[in-house]
Design a protein around this ligand. Structure first.
Ligand SMILES: *[C@@H]1O[C@H](CO)[C@@H](O)[C@H](O)[C@H]1NC(C)=O
Ligand SMILES: *[C@@H]1O[C@H](CO)[C@@H](O)[C@H](O)[C@H]1NC(C)=O
Length: 359
C-alpha cells in the first residue's frame, strides 16, 4: 500500500514538473502535459486493495492459520478472519458444506450486506456430500475440485521443473502392489476390483481397516517402497481425482487409477504417468501387465519419464482454498447467485460407472 501511494506521489510530481516546463519553455510539450494532467484526474479502475473473507465454519471443525496467503500462495490483498463480529464488513463468507447442519441453523442469521458473497466450499464427491435441503439460491460462488466451479482448485496437479533432470531414479522397491485404505466397504466398486485383482497378484494392504492408523511418515515410506500403488477413488465422478493419485506420483510409485475416465485424468497429469484400470479388458490382463513391468525394468521406468520435466503438487486444504477465494473476490465484482446447485453438483457430475470384470 505504501509503495502504491509512493508511486502516485512520484507520478504527480513528474506531471507538475512537465506542466512547469511547458509554461516556462513555450508550447512544445503542451499535449503530453495535458494528457498527463487528465490522467491524474480520471479515477483509474482498480481491484480493491484488500478483501475481507470471513471463515464462518472451520472445515471439519479444525482451525487453520489465516495469515499465509501472501507468503505461501503469493495471493495479495487478502484478509482472512474467523471473527464473526466482522460479518457486516466481510466481502465474502466461506461456508464449508460438510459443517452445515441439516436445517441450516448454523448459517449467518443477520441480513446479507448487498456486496457480500457467500461461498459454497466442498471437496468431497457428490456421493459423499449430504444433499441438504435449501441450498439453491443461497450461495453466490462455488469452490470445489470441479473444473467448472467458479473457484476451481483440484487436489493436485503437475508443474514443470525449473531445471530438467537427466535421469529420474525412483526410490528402492521391495513390493509390487500396495494399497492404503481406511474406507473399506464391500459394496464399493473399487473394493470389488481390488478383491478380483488380489486373485492374480499379491497386494500389500494397509490402513485403518486392515491393521491400524498409519503416521504420515509410515504412509510415505510404504508408498515409496512399492512399484505400483492403487490410487482408487471411493466413488467415480467427473474431476474427482484426489491426493491418492498425487501422493503416489510425488512419492515415486506408479499409480493404478480407478476413477473417472482416462481423458479426465489426462487433464491434470501426463498420460504416461499412470495406469488406468480401464486400459485393460479384464482384471487378469492388468495383473499380467503388472508382472510384465515388474520383470522388465526398462518398461517400468517409462512411467517415470515425465519426472525429468515435471513434479507433482498437492493443494493445501483448506488454507489454499481460502486464499484463492480472496483472489477471486478481488477480481470478480459481478452479481452472482448459484440457483441450480443440486443440478450442477449432484445431478450433473455422475461419473460413468466403471465396468465390472469377472475374468
Ligand atoms: C469443535 O471443536 C471445539 C473445540 O475443540 C469443540 O468444543 C466443539 O464441540 C466442536 N464442535 C463440533 C460440532 O464438533
Ligand atoms: C448473493 O446471493 C444472494 C441470495 O440469492 C442474493 O440475494 C445476493 O444479491 C447475491 N449477492 C451478490 C453480490 O451477488
Amino acid at each position: 500500500m505504501a509503495s502504491e501511494s509512493g508511486r502516485n506521489v512520484l507520478r504527480l510530481l513528474r506531471c507538475a514538473i512537465l506542466v512547469v516546463a511547458v509554461l516556462l519553455t513555450g508550447s512544445m510539450y503542451y499535449t503530453p502535459s495535458l494528457r498527463c494532467l487528465t490522467q491524474q484526474l480520471e479515477p483509474v479502475h482498480q481491484e480493491p486493495l484488500h478483501v475481507l473473507v470471513l471463515v464462518w465454519l472451520w472445515p471439519f471443525n479444525t482451525t487453520f492459520k489465516l495469515d499465509l496467503c501472501k507468503s505461501q500462495f503469493n495471493v495479495e490483498g487478502c484478509l482472512l478472519t474467523a471473527d464473526r463480529t466482522l460479518y457486516g464488513k466481510a466481502d465474502a463468507v466461506l461456508i464449508h458444506h460438510r459443517d452445515i447442519v441439516w436445517d441450516l441453523s448454523n448459517l449467518p442469521k443477520s441480513p446479507r450486506p448487498p456486496h457480500q458473497k457467500w461461498i459454497w466450499m466442498n471437496s468431497e464427491s457428490p456421493s459423499n456430500t449430504d444433499r441438504i435441503p435449501g441450498l439453491d439460491g443461497l450461495f453466490n460462488v462455488s469452490l470445489s475440485y470441479r473444473k467448472d466451479a467458479d473457484i476451481s482448485l483440484p487436489y493436485g496437479w503437475v508443474v514443470p521443473l525449473e531445471k530438467e533432470l537427466k535421469h529420474f531414479v525412483p526410490p528402492e522397491k521391495n513390493k509390487i502392489v500396495c494399497w492404503i485404505v481406511s474406507n473399506y466397504k464391500l459394496e464399493h466398486r473399487r473394493v470389488y476390483y481390488f478383491r478380483e485383482l488380489q486373485k492374480y497378484i499379491r497386494i500389500h494392504v494397509y490402513g485403518d481397516y486392515f491393521e491400524r492408523h498409519l503416521s504420515v511418515e509410515e504412509y510415505k515410506e510404504i508408498i515409496a517402497s512399492c512399484e505400483f500403488y492403487l490410487s482408487f477413488e471411493n466413488s467415480v465422478h467427473k474431476d474427482y481425482i484426489t491426493e491418492k493419485l498425487f501422493n503416489a506420483l510425488a512419492l515415486g510409485a506408479v499409480p493404478i487409477v480407478f476413477g473417472p475416465s482416462r481423458q479426465n485424468y489426462e487433464r491434470l497429469v501426463p498420460s504416461d504417468a499412470f495406469i488406468h484400470v480401464e486400459d485393460f479388458p479384464s482384471v487378469r490382463a492388468l495383473a499380467k501387465y503388472l508382472y510384465l513391468l515388474h520383470e522388465n525394468e526398462a518398461l517400468y521406468l517409462r512411467y517415470f519419464r515425465w519426472r525429468r520435466h515435471f513434479e507433482a503438487k498437492t493443494s493445501s486444504f483448506p488454507v489454499e482454498h481460502a486464499c484463492h477465494t480472496c483472489k477471486y473476490i478481488r477480481q470478480n465484482k459481478e452479481y452472482q447467485v448459484l440457483r441450480d446447485l443440486y443440478q450442477w453438483y449432484w445431478d450433473g457430475s455422475k461419473g460413468k460407472d466403471m465396468p465390472l470384470f469377472f475374468y
